[in-house]
Design a protein. Structure first.
Length: 269
């Protein structure tokens, strides 16, 4: 059983909503990213998105773009990200890992090779925001042959495509809560409740909300409407504010505690 499916089943049994942090791997270093994954798990993270640094993102706002720029100074690759997941697993992590990457690195490496490598390193899912439903059949088939879920994004602007995207989803449906790129927001799309209801009716898998969620109050609002909440930019910004605690590849306890405390607060611990 895929770890994503197993984790959501466990959470449903406990009546809990998944807390899913996003982390740009390699910002500020690979060693720090490894320690941050373990700290987030201790703080209550249920799954984690491992962001592959990318130079030309379509969906990432300025905070995550800056984190990618910092990571790319160290020439972090998709294989480096996968290796951090492997190291986290060897250190005892039980989290389901989800790779967040754009399509070009996947295409350059080759579909068979990338999904075989993901399977070998126990990465359960992948999100590719610039791969639309109409063009994902080959990637989806190869991913599933290796036991990896290709997780779709669905936005309020998807209109008549919402039901088609949701109906064929595996793992979970990632519902975009706001129009535009990622980033912290005070307000969300006005018809968000109706949108999530439409996705829920069409999907056979859990639904997760992300893009713009940045505090416990917003998490509580969406917990009533979905099965999981992704927090990205707010976590990456918190790491950015703690960079002075991460020097020379070391993860200082104070820096880890700052990030872990924020994740715990989001989880409601």
């Amino acid at each position: 059983m895929n770890l994503i499916d197993k984790r959501f089943a466990e959470l449903k049994e406990r009546g809990e909503t998944a807390m899913i942090p996003f982390l740009t791997i390699g910002d500020p270093s690979l060693e720090a990213s490894l320690e941050l994954i373990l700290e987030m798990e201790r703080a209550g993270a249920d799954l984690i998105e491992l962001g592959v640094p990318y130079s030309d993102p379509l969906a990432d706002g300025p905070v995550i773009q800056r984190s990618s720029e910092r990571a790319l100074l160290s020439k972090i690759t998709i294989f480096d990200v996968i290796d951090v997941a492997r190291q986290a697993r060897s250190r005892g992590s039980k989290l389901p890992f989800i790779l967040f990457t754009y399509y070009n690195p996947v295409l350059q490496i080759g579909l068979e090779r990338i999904f075989k490598t993901m399977q070998e390193n126990e990465i359960s899912g992948i999100i590719i925001p610039d791969l639309p439903l109409e063009e994902d059949s080959e990637t989806r088939a190869i991913a599933e042959s290796y036991g990896v879920h290709l997780i779709p994004l669905v936005a309020p602007t998807s209109n008549e495509r919402v039901k088609r995207i949701a109906a064929g989803a595996r793992g979970f449906v990632y519902c975009v809560s706001s129009l535009g790129v990622t980033g912290e927001r005070a307000e969300f799309f006005g018809g968000i409740e109706d949108f999530l209801s439409t996705v829920r009716e069409a999907a056979k898998v859990p639904i997760v909300v992300g893009f713009g969620i940045s505090n416990r109050e917003q998490v509580e609002r969406f917990e009533k409407l979905c099965d999981g909440v992704v927090v990205g930019s707010a976590i990456v910004r918190t790491i950015e504010g703690a960079l002075h605690h991460f020097k020379e590849d070391a993860a200082h306890p104070q820096g880890l505690q700052q990030i872990g405390g924020f994740v715990g607060q989001l989880k409601g611990k």
